[in-house]
Design a protein around this ligand. Structure first.
Ligand code: NDP
Length: 486
């Protein structure tokens, strides 16, 4: 049994209240350990430590010295790759091949990309004539914003947390992280890495707990927090934006989606099927960028549905380290219940269930895990709840279309605007459609392909702000103007 403590001012600490909650493995519902819930005393201590650290040795480092420290963090995560892998897999149940290719390496790389960015960014400088005939020069200075609250979700726990902690620290801020209550392990483990490489106490803090009425809400309401960066559901983002309004604190929000794939008849069929298989089912559908609505041009509709059905039925569920495991469980019983409730709703709304729609038959020792079947529906109107609401499970609805205009209209008919992928070999059509789709991220003949220097974020109700490369600096630094009269 493991203890997941809070990490405050360089030390692992329990709590004043004595309250703990269980952390369970979604593969078989076994108990991993107990988590110490942070209350007001712990949240206050973490924010105070982060505030003090801004003016300690951390605040005196040059950019190059700070970046060297972050490079050491990357090296130490890679040194302890297996510890991070085991921790992430125990919390999420995801297949080892996925976590070892995406979660942990990208979790480490998120520090590296921002050290490269911050070392090379310049600010503007202008000379001007003053009204009294003298000369003045003004220039920009980037300063850290201060204490950043990082609130992260459970689907890619390390990766999505360091996507915020990396740039925040590269820019000289300090952070207080609140990981999801169901995936506390890798954020907690990162504290050991910080201590090992000599990151000063208070620079990186972790508080565990729930969101509403718990650590998350206490943290976002704290007056000494200077900025809040959040990835999670749109309704939580709304609550966080309201919390940020008190004290006029900026927020960066990466929120939900109901992403479309638009497959034209002239696509490379094999590539389209393989890529949509990934975008629907990878990480058991728990990817913000994942596809839940597929629009296929009518001449290839039946062939596409049959091909995706075959792929879905080939996704063998199983233990994370088994070589033939293709799909893991959902992250928790709560989430399993939510996804299964959508499976029931699809039936009630009259969907044709092409495949799946329930819980797979698992061996006895895994029966208590959070499994659901990869599921495909057809035949629903665009008004059906499973076509409109984010489910965050391994499922999609496939709809035929006849014209490009119709496909664009259906893809855009959502309150969300995170991601879309378009499959066609006609480059003119690809760029024409990409220009009309109302999303932050649009892929052509691909999915999840990222260059970390480019902007990442959602439009409409999928978020505010962009992270990645230079765009992260907009949020994690305050740009100050200095004007010197000669
Ligand atoms: P949630 O919004 O439920 O939770 C995210 C985090 O916010 C958790 O740590 C949660 O704590 C905390 N939280 C909840 N309520 C509050 C509050 N009032 N104040 C402060 N913190 C709070 O999201 P999930 O963890 O369920 O993640 C899945 C969602 O994330 C999906 O909607 C998905 O689309 C979105 N997402 C978006 C991405 C993007 O880049 N746009 C990327 C990945 C996911 P607790 O766990 O205790 O509830």
């Amino acid at each position: 049994m493991k203890d997941f403590k809070n990490f405050i001012n360089g030390e692992y600490v329990t709590n004043v209240s004595g309250k703990t909650y269980e952390n369970r493995n979604p593969v078989d519902n076994s108990l991993i350990g107990m988590v110490y819930e942070a209350g007001k005393p712990e949240v206050d201590a973490a924010v105070a430590a982060a505030k003090a650290a801004l003016h300690g040795p951390w605040g005196k480092l040059s950019v190059v010295e700070r970046c060297a420290m972050l490079d050491a963090i990357v090296a130490e995560i890679n040194n302890r790759f297996d510890d991070f892998l085991q921790a992430e897999i125990a919390d999420t149940g995801k297949p080892a091949h996925l976590a070892s290719h995406i979660d942990i390496p990208r979790g480490a790389a998120n520090f590296k990309i921002f050290t490269d960015t911050i070392k090379n960014v310049s600010t503007e400088s202008f000379e001007m004539r003053t009204p009294d005939g003298k000369t003045a020069r003004s220039y920009g200075v980037r300063t850290p914003r201060g204490v950043i609250a990082v609130i992260s979700p459970w689907n890619l726990p390390l990766l999505l947390m360091t996507w915020k902690v990396g740039p925040a620290l590269a820019c000289g801020n300090t952070v207080v992280v609140k990981p999801s209550e169901v995936t506390p392990a890798t954020a907690t483990l990162l504290g050991e890495v910080m201590n090992k490489v000599g990151v000063p106490p208070g620079v990186y803090n972790v508080i565990n707990g729930y969101g509403v009425d718990s650590a998350g809400a206490l943290l976002t309401a704290h007056p000494d927090v200077s900025g809040i960066t959040f990835t999670g559901e749109t309704k939580t983002g709304t609550a966080i934006m309201k919390a940020g309004a008190d004290g006029i604190r900026p927020v960066s929000l990466e929120l939900g989606g109901k992403n479309a794939a638009v497959v034209f008849a002239d696509c490379d069929f094999e590539n389209a099927v393989n890529t949509v298989t990934r975008s629907v089912f990878e990480n058991c559908g728990q990817v913000c960028l994942g596809t839940e609505r597929v629009y296929v041009e009518r001449p290839i509709f039946d062939k596409f549905v049959a091909a995706l059905k075959e792929k879905a039925e080939g996704m063998k569920p199983g233990r994370p380290f088994d070589h033939d495991t293709k799909i893991g469980p959902l992250v928790s019983k709560v989430h399993q219940k939510k996804v299964l409730s959508y499976y029931e709703r699809a039936k009630a709304e009259g969907a044709t269930i092409v495949t799946g729609g329930g819980v797979p038959n698992m061996p006895d020792d895994l029966k208590d895990g959070c499994w659901v079947e990869p599921t495909i529906w057809t035949g629903l109107p665009e008004t059906a709840s499973v076509v409109r609401e984010e489910i965050f499970g391994p499922c999609c609805h496939i709809q035929p279309f006849d014209t490009e205009e119709e496909a664009v209209r259906m893809a855009n008919d959502t309150k969300y605007g995170l991601a879309t992928s378009i499959y066609t070999q006609d480059i003119s059509r690809a760029s024409r459609v990409a220009g009309q789709i109302e999303v932050g991220l649009c892929w052509v003949n691909s999915w999840f392909l990222r260059d970390l220097r480019t902007p990442f974020g959602g439009s409409k109700q999928s978020g505010i702000g962009r992270e990645g490369g230079l765009h992260s600096l907009e949020f994690y630094t305050e740009l100050r103007n200095v004007m010197i009269k000669y």
